[in-house]
Design a protein around this ligand. Structure first.
Ligand code: SF4
Length: 370
């Protein structure tokens, strides 16, 4: 007997695909653990139909009633899933990606030590887009002119989110004084190779997820001396059971932790810290600071396209920075609405759609009174 759990959550056809020589059609579970009992009801980060089979599973390959010309902007998980589902449902799809390769934020995560396997998800999506005949334009900036030249019936804006440099977070709505120093970087810049850091580095991690600890490991592997400073009292507290492995990995990589601590100010190659429990302050020298504090959506296209395209769906992190599972879910969900008889103009129209038979509270009160 061979036991498989997450493998068949990510790819329900895993066994059939292996049996009939279609292995390359199978998604490979990336151990993102959104399906764990600690995230009840969430389904799978790669396969949005999981736990929604009654609603989506059976009609997965059904053509839409009306075929549309669709432009997807952004080749991260949300955009790739949207393009895949739209093409599968009979639409003509062009996907435009600014970077040279597909993958988006997931491709950056795959650059972190121990997360290299994450690239398999992007490879699978790229293979599916190729198989389904999606026109993929990489290394292309999608401005309004480029998009409108394609005469789209619908545009899906999946441009993702980028780390903000100012240092605002769930712990503080104020920028950290000194954030605009030239040696202050973001995880996106470091992992993409757009900027390099060396020497004694401080990562301010107020998110408590993968980016802070993963960037720390990445930099330690490149010979930097790294300390993570966080207001949280453990490393990566929002990573579920994986945080225990992460703690071990950080220790092995020689990354130091300064927990329960906040950054008061960034000076000239130094940072002023405060221990939250006691208020004790100290100043430490640094060669660089990396802000893993907050992401901000990249959504500049929306204003430029509004009124010029009939249907515009802002999906994934471009709508609001969240995690992988929300990104793929929205890509999938809104691609399914393309060409349907009842088709919302925007994501907001759909999210606030009044369900058939719904009666406002005042109507009910009037009926009760009668
Ligand atoms: S949520 Fe992640 S770990 Fe769970 S099956 Fe899907 S890809 Fe695998």
């Amino acid at each position: 007997m061979i036991g498989v759990a997450r493998g068949v959550i990510a790819e329900p056809q895993l066994v059939n695909n292996a049996l009939y020589g279609r292995e390359s059609e199978s998604r490979t579970c990336i151990a993102a653990n959104h399906c764990s009992p600690y995230n009840p009801g969430h389904g799978c980060a790669l396969n949005p139909t999981v736990a929604k089979e009654e609603r989506w599973g059976v009609r997965q390959n059904a053509k839409a009633p009306r075929s549309m010309r669709v432009v997807v902007v952004g080749g991260g998980p949300s955009g790739m899933e949207a393009a895949r589902v739209a093409a599968m449902r009979g639409h003509t799809v062009t996907l435009i990606e600014r970077r040279a390769r597909l993958g988006g934020a997931l491709a950056l995560v795959a650059r972190m030590p121990g997360r290299e396997h994450m690239h398999r998800a992007g490879d699978w999506w790229a293979h599916q887009l190729d198989r389904l005949g999606v026109e993929v334009r990489t290394a292309t900036d999608a401005d309004a002119e480029t998009i409108l030249a394609l005469a789209p019936d619908a545009v899906m804006v999946a441009t993702g989110a980028l780390y903000a440099r100012e240092g605002m977070s769930g712990f503080s709505a104020q920028p950290i004084p000194g954030w605009d120093q030239p040696f202050v970087l973001t995880p996106d810049e470091v992992l993409s190779g757009a900027r390099t850091a060396s020497g004694q580095l401080l990562i301010i991690d107020e998110e408590g997820r993968n980016a802070g600890v993963g960037t720390a490991e990445f930099l330690a592997a490149h010979g930097c001396r790294v300390t993570i400073v966080s207001s949280y009292d453990s490393a990566a507290p929002h990573m579920g059971t994986a945080r225990h492995y992460i703690g071990l990995r950080l220790r092995e990589a020689g990354v130091l932790l300064s927990l329960g601590t906040r950054v008061l100010a960034i000076g000239d190659c130094e940072v002023k810290l405060e221990l939250l429990a006691t208020g004790e302050q100290r100043t430490v020298p640094v060669d660089g600071v990396i802000m893993s504090t907050m992401r901000r959506q990249v959504d500049g296209l929306i204003d430029m396209l509004t009124g010029k395209v009939a249907y515009i769906y802002q999906i994934g992190d471009a709508l609001a920075p969240r995690s992988l599972i929300e990104a793929t879910y929205e890509g999938h969900k809104f691609a399914r609405l393309l060409g349907e008889d009842v088709m919302p103009k925007t994501v907001i129209d759909e999210l606030f759609r009044i369900a058939p038979g719904f009666r406002p509270a005042e109507t009910l009160t009037a009926i009760d009174a009668a």
